[in-house]
Design a protein around this ligand. Structure first.
Ligand SMILES: *[C@@H]1O[C@H](CO)[C@@H](O)[C@H](O)[C@H]1NC(C)=O
Ligand SMILES: *[C@@H]1O[C@H](CO)[C@@H](O)[C@H](O)[C@H]1NC(C)=O
Ligand SMILES: *[C@@H]1O[C@H](CO)[C@@H](O)[C@H](O)[C@H]1NC(C)=O
Ligand SMILES: *[C@@H]1O[C@H](CO)[C@@H](O)[C@H](O)[C@H]1NC(C)=O
Ligand SMILES: *[C@@H]1O[C@H](CO)[C@@H](O)[C@H](O)[C@H]1NC(C)=O
Ligand SMILES: *[C@@H]1O[C@H](CO)[C@@H](O)[C@H](O)[C@H]1NC(C)=O
Ligand SMILES: *[C@@H]1O[C@H](CO)[C@@H](O)[C@H](O)[C@H]1NC(C)=O
Ligand SMILES: *[C@@H]1O[C@H](CO)[C@@H](O)[C@H](O)[C@H]1NC(C)=O
Length: 421
């Protein structure tokens, strides 16, 4: 039996778990016999028995008892006979998105690193934005997958600007990898942010998401726009197994496709595809949104630095390509133009850290993984500096890249990088 068939029961349990935080004694939950311990995400619920905890419960078939560190909530009069009241503090050793601290935080209260143009990891293609493919990205800690979509031959295709320039295969094939990873990693919550470059109907996306096995994981928001307090916690999303938030930049229609969120109703962004190395924290999309609305919504910093090139490919028009030679500084923890400084600036301007740190070539920086160090600092958690990065080899399955050689383009690109640096 799949773990997730049991999730409704666990969710019920979780509600009791959550309410226990304010009650004065411990609780237990009776469950169907089918809920044997080895089928539970045990670590998530497992109690840590503190010797001082108020202990009750354990009816037959209880799955657990929530206990915790004693904390007095009433003063004891000299007449008190036995114990005082306690607020049980649930304890948890299962990380959510890599950190125990995140489990009880709302989705809107965690900073995550986004791979800009996640699928565009084609070696020696100047139109690439990443060196490592999606499974490696996810294993390394990327929790936002951003990319544009085009239509080729009636299917949704992952192309950069133009399918002749860079074609990374179908959306369905890419999502199959992601859904496999989600099945293997049941305590992880991610976002997928898509550009609807062909301006197709949102229903066009139903087929590839369905065929790739993504539908069971998709989060359906209860409101057509969400402020910071309307997002669930990571624990709630994990226990419900609704661990993927999907957003579309243009033409979303949540009445027609409830899981395909209208991106700018739920989050706003700093200037897109910046060529300005000072990375302003101002709000660009959606246009003209009042500040007080912005302050109460999730936001993304576009921290990818580009060089603009005109007439590189006939018919393609001016192109922005990553400032490849500056990546170590751009993705660094500190220094002029760094991600670290940008996050500090935006945090002080908006009163809270950005939710999404969008970067090119995430594995580069002042050390490999420095972008995750920046996110950890925003999240007030520690990051293990030697935990990044994986390699291309771990993602053999992702092989359906178009072989369109863009060597001439790459040569021009290298030359321009040389000129600009
Ligand atoms: C448990 O109780 C002992 C003695 O009553 C006390 O010294 C200790 O600090 C308590 N521990 C906790 C975690 O409250
Ligand atoms: C404490 O006990 C004394 C006598 O035993 C009694 O007079 C007093 O009212 C009690 N106080 C409280 C707060 O119960
Ligand atoms: C989470 O919320 C707290 C309280 O509002 C805030 O201090 C903190 O900066 C937030 N962290 C993130 C990453 O949003
Ligand atoms: C598009 O479809 C046609 C007919 O099915 C096929 O011959 C052609 O190879 C396809 N092109 C691409 C780029 O997949
Ligand atoms: C967020 O939205 C909810 C529901 O509309 C509302 O009750 C709450 O006050 C809002 N929070 C803020 C800070 O505006
Ligand atoms: C930081 O970079 C900007 C341009 O991006 C430049 O104008 C400025 O002088 C630099 N500051 C320092 C301290 O290097
Ligand atoms: C990071 O990793 C890449 C290989 O994936 C390597 O070429 C690069 O030098 C490393 N170091 C930094 C500081 O980014
Ligand atoms: C950061 O985390 C530490 C515990 O690791 C805590 O003591 C501190 O209050 C936290 N700071 C903020 C701003 O949340």
């Amino acid at each position: 039996m799949s773990l997730f068939r049991l999730l409704p029961a666990l969710q019920l349990f979780y509600a009791q778990f959550a309410s226990a935080q304010t009650s004065s004694t411990s609780i237990s939950a009776s469950t169907p016999t089918a809920l044997s311990n080895n089928l539970l995400p045990a670590a998530l619920l497992e109690p840590t028995i503190s010797p001082n905890a108020t202990q009750i419960s354990s009816a037959p078939q209880s799955i657990t008892t929530i206990v915790g560190v004693s904390r007095r909530t009433v003063s004891i009069s000299s007449n008190a006979t036995s114990t005082s009241s306690f607020s049980p503090q649930p304890t948890n050793s299962q990380p959510c998105n890599g950190h125990v601290e995140f489990c009880n935080r709302r989705f809107s209260n965690v900073s995550m690193v986004v791979a800009h143009n996640s699928p565009f990891a084609v070696a020696h293609n100047a139109a690439s934005n990443q060196a490592l493919p999606v499974l490696t990205q996810l294993n390394d800690g990327i929790r936002g997958l951003q990319f544009e979509t085009h239509i080729l031959n009636g299917t949704v295709q992952l192309c950069h600007t133009n399918c002749n320039l860079l074609n990374a295969g179908s959306l369905e094939a890419y999502l199959e990898l992601v859904s496999g990873w989600l099945a293997d990693n049941p305590y992880e919550v991610i976002a997928i942010m898509m550009g609807n470059d062909a301006r197709v109907s949102p229903t066009t996306y139903i087929q590839p998401f369905t065929a790739a096995g993504m539908l069971p994981y998709l989060y359906h928001p209860s409101v057509p726009t969400a402020n910071l307090t309307q997002w669930p916690t990571l624990s709630e999303m994990i226990l419900a197994n609704k661990r993927v938030v999907v957003m579309l930049d243009y033409l979303a229609n949540q009445d027609a496709v409830p899981w395909l969120l209208d991106e700018f109703s739920y989050q706003w962004q700093t200037p897109f595809s910046p060529t300005d190395p000072s990375f302003p924290c101002t709000e660009q999309r959606p246009p003209n949104q009042p500040d007080d609305v912005s302050r109460d919504k999730m936001y993304m910093v576009n921290h990818n630095l580009n060089i603009e090139i005109s007439d590189l490919i006939p018919g393609v028009g001016p192109m922005l390509i990553p400032a490849y030679t500056l990546l170590d500084a751009v993705n660094a923890v500190s220094g002029n133009g760094s991600l670290g400084v940008n996050v500090e600036q935006c945090t002080s301007m908006w009163g809270r850290p950005p939710n999404w740190l969008l970067v090119d070539y995430y594995n580069y920086g002042n050390f490999n993984g420095s972008v995750f160090q920046v996110a950890a600092m925003a999240n007030n958690v520690t990051y293990s500096q030697d935990s990044c990065c994986g390699t291309v080899l771990s993602n053999r399955a992702h092989g359906k890249f178009s072989q369109v050689p863009v060597k001439a383009l790459f040569a021009v690109f290298s030359f321009l990088v040389f000129l600009f640096s």
